[in-house]
Ligand binder design. Structure first.
Ligand SMILES: [Zn+2]
Length: 61
């Protein structure tokens, strides 16, 4: 499962695909993939704290 972060409200959630609307703010936001892909942060299904600290880089604009 991929972890997504809303560019609008910074809400994070797990989903297979990017939703049309953010589950939290209900806006048609852009979402950043913040999934952890390395063992350091727990592997897939967890959020990579390094990505959370980065400036948002929209992937679905
Ligand atoms: Zn949101």
């Amino acid at each position: 499962m991929t972890q997504w972060k809303c560019s609008n409200c910074s809400y994070t959630f797990g989903a297979e695909t990017v939703p049309d609307q953010c589950p939290s703010c209900k806006q048609a936001c852009t979402f950043s993939d913040v999934t952890c892909y390395i063992p350091d942060c727990g592997g897939p299904g967890n959020i990579d704290p390094r990505l959370m600290g980065k400036k948002d880089k929209p992937i679905n604009e």
